[in-house]
Ligand binder design. Structure first.
Ligand code: DON
Length: 315
């Protein structure tokens, strides 16, 4: 199985490399603009124990919005009952950093994966300060990936770069504070910037996401990371809100829950089967990795991954 999977992963990689020149690296966080637009990598971990990684597998990237998945998991594991009073569970149809709907809707974010919602999640994590709260996200990632102490370290340069330029996120935090949706807007934004700057390579990211494909259990260890209901909540929100205003066409093209980040990472979850991590910093107009989308579309077709079809390969 692993050999067949690796063959498909290599074919997907070729498509990803071919797609990369059509995208552009994000520069609104200036340090992200230093990424190599031609870099492409892909890793797959299955619940049955197969694992493959192909392409520029040693490239480390910041998780950016993919960190929102693990921050939410860490928060829900702690049993935060009040989150859903402040953050809804609906797709926004807007860009990830949109402000307009927040004003229309009394400062209550549409979901925990747009920036506003993720800042609320970040601010509610346990910890005495923003560094400690980002440390909770990092600890969850390390536990989920069964990795060592050094893994998922924060990229200081990217963190500082977002601190210098993150006026829009601070505006969201301040606006929500005005509406009583969060307290300490500066601290919440800072913790959020720190979690977004946590780093991974594709193999570590796919491994960290595997519990989401297995109902909250690590299928390779006798370890429950999250209860089944919270896991379902996260995976469902990935499926409906994970790619912002591209989530509908992602459902059509790929058909599995996913979460993207402006660094060019995408984590895709195939419930009951596998976790797939893609990296390719060249982004399309909606801020999602063009190589990642091309690779996932190919894999979904070849492996009949879409949750919206009958699980039978089309003729
Ligand atoms: O808040 C921001 O703008 C970034 N730290 C993360 C945004 C992001 O990754 C959106 N994803 N596609």
């Amino acid at each position: 199985m692993a050999e067949a999977l690796e063959g498909l992963a290599r074919e997907a990689l070729d498509l990803g490399r071919a797609a990369a020149p059509s995208g552009k690296v994000a520069t609104y966080i200036p340090e992200l603009g230093r990424a190599d637009p031609g870099a492409v990598a892909l890793a797959i971990h299955t619940v049955d124990g197969d694992a493959v990684a192909v392409g520029d597998v040693s490239r480390c990237f910041t998780l950016q919005s993919v960190s929102k998945v693990f921050a939410l998991a860490a928060l829900l594991r702690g049993g935060d009952d009040g989150l859903w009073e402040h953050v809804r569970q609906e797709p926004s149809g807007d860009a990830f950093h949109s402000i307009v709907r927040l004003e229309e809707e009394g400062g209550r974010p549409r979901n925990p994966f747009i920036n506003a919602g993720a800042i609320v999640v970040s601010g509610r994590l346990p910890g005495v300060d923003p560094a400690a709260r980002a440390g909770v996200v990092r600890a969850f990632l390390r536990e989920a990936a069964a990795s060592g102490d050094e893994a998922f370290a924060m990229d200081e340069a990217v963190y500082r770069s977002e601190c210098r330029t993150g006026f829009r996120n601070r505006a969201l935090a301040n606006f929500m504070c005005h509406h009583g949706v969060l307290v300490d807007p500066d601290g919440a934004a800072d913790g959020y910037f720190r979690q977004c700057a946590l780093t991974a390579d594709v193999d570590a990211l796919a491994r960290a996401g595997l519990f989401l494909a297995a109902g909250g259990l690590d299928p390779h260890r006798d370890l429950r990371l999250l209860d089944a209901a919270a896991t379902r909540t996260i995976v469902a929100l990935m499926g409906t809100c994970g790619l912002y205003d591209e989530v509908g066409s992602f459902a059509v093209r790929v058909g599995v829950p996913g979460k993207s980040g402006v660094s060019g990472a995408i984590l895709a979850i195939v419930p009951g089967r596998m976790s797939i991590a893609c990296f390719g910093p060249a982004l399309g107009v909606r801020g999602n990795s063009v190589a990642g989308l091309a690779m996932l579309e190919f894999l979904a077709r070849e492996l009949s991954l879409s949750v919206f079809d009958a699980g039978i390969a089309p003729p």
